[in-house]
Design a protein around this ligand. Structure first.
Ligand SMILES: C[S@@+](CC[C@H](N)C(=O)[O-])C[C@H]1O[C@@H](n2cnc3c(N)ncnc32)[C@H](O)[C@@H]1O
Length: 369
């Protein structure tokens, strides 16, 4: 195994550390889960910053775990590195004897290790067998998907997971080609996609095969189904004051994250009551305003940061949650008053690093995410 340190640059590292610090830096031993350990860039920084924190690192990729084990060797007495899909977190915690956790990070998608590996088939830019499984010990490969799915299913995968406008044409080209010969290589697939896309469209939006490869990767690894289960399960495991940070690189991942958080920051009590009924208050508050983006300098230094969307939340003390409704009422009254003629505008709820038009999103504002 080669020395990999530094080959996967952790995205929004300082911001992640800043968001996790109040939860992990509390007195006594704290527990942090890195649900997508990868090459342990974020995990190493957390362990360095918090000498009393135990790390539980999950990855479905055995190669990533092997590299991380080497990288984190000096922290061996306070790490557990587990081969698991992140929706298996509750079982992993039970097995390791940790009923609750203080922090959790999801840094979704693929690592540079996977993208750059010549034999894994994730990259359209290099020829490799069409595998794309993050866990090469189990599951269906991309080769099986492109050679066995019917036209409607293939087109759906490309359209939904790749947001590919030419999904139908690409699916037709795949089916025509596989009747001639089985499609086994990433280069052949990339070429087929390029040929299916009208010439003017090829000149915009990056490599023409990018969206198809992303879609197949999401399908092969059932990424969205795992995320949809994992997020609520992870939130359930957080202690009061515990924090979750999610880095998404795709609108569907970000949408699932936003929904999972919205469900917890919203009051479930009647809207017109000035106080929360017991058990109906929000259980989390948002720490991010809308979805935070990487700054220009980071994107210039690390192109992977270009599509990142960060969302974060903290579990509330139930008493603070009771208080939430009155705070919310106060906030609403303040905004309403500011809208009265002659009182000026309510001001922007977004900060400059948030996604445009998506600024409603802190607990202060109550419901928006
Ligand atoms: C973007 S990388 C993480 C990089 C890491 N934060 C670092 O600094 O090196 C994502 C990792 O998550 C893993 N992964 C993706 N989906 C997963 C899932 N459902 N369960 C467990 N691991 C997953 C991938 O195998 C990959 O190694």
């Amino acid at each position: 195994m080669g020395e990999l340190r530094g080959t996967h640059v952790p995205v929004l590292l300082e911001r992640c550390l800043e968001l996790l610090a109040p939860a992990l830096g509390r007195n006594g031993r704290t527990v942090h889960v890195d649900a997508t350990l990868g090459l342990a860039g974020h995990a190493e920084a957390v362990l360095e910053a918090h000498p009393n924190t135990v790390l539980i690192g999950l990855d479905r990729d055995t190669e990533a775990l092997a590299h991380s084990r080497v990288r984190l060797a000096r922290f061996a007495d306070r790490i557990h590195l587990e081969h698991a899909v992140y929706d298996e977190l509750p079982e992993v915690l039970d097995r390791l004897g940790y009923p609750a956790i203080d922090g959790i990070l999801f840094d979704l998608g693929v690592s540079s290790l996977q993208l750059d590996a010549p034999d894994r088939g994730f990259a359209y830019a290099q020829d490799a067998p069409l595998d794309m499984r993050m866990d090469q010990t189990r599951g269906v490969t991309a080769e099986e998907v492109v050679n066995t799915y019917g036209h409607p299913e293939l087109a759906r995968v490309l359209r939904v997971y790749g947001e590919e406008k030419f999904a139908g044409r690409i699916a037709s080209a795949i089916i025509r080609e596989r009747e001639r010969a089985r499609i086994t290589s990433s280069a052949r697939l990339a070429e087929l996609v390029r040929e299916s896309i009208p010439a003017p469209a090829r000149r915009t939006g990056g490599h023409p095969a990018k969206r198809t490869f992303q879609a197949l990767r999401i399908e092969v690894n059932k990424e969205l189904a795992a995320l949809e289960t994992a997020l609520p399960a992870a939130l359930d495991k957080l202690t009061v004051g515990g924090r979750m940070v999610v880095l998404s690189y795709h609108s569907l991942e970000d949408r699932l994250t936003k929904q999972a958080l919205a469900d917890r920051v919203r009051s479930k009590g009647p809207v017109d009551l000035p106080v929360e009924l017991p058990g109906s208050g929000p259980t989390f508050r948002l720490l991010s305003r809308g979805a935070e983006l990487a700054g220009e300098a980071e994107v210039a230094a690390n192109p992977r940061a270009a599509s990142v969307r960060l969302r974060a939340a903290e579990r509330l003390d139930p008493e603070a949650a009771q208080q939430g409704r009155t705070d919310r009422e106060r906030y609403r009254r303040r905004v309403k008053a500011m809208h009265q003629p002659g009182t000026g505008s309510p001001g922007s709820a977004t900060d400059s690093r948030s996604t445009p038009g998506d600024g409603s999103g802190t607990d202060e504002e109550g419901e928006g995410t």
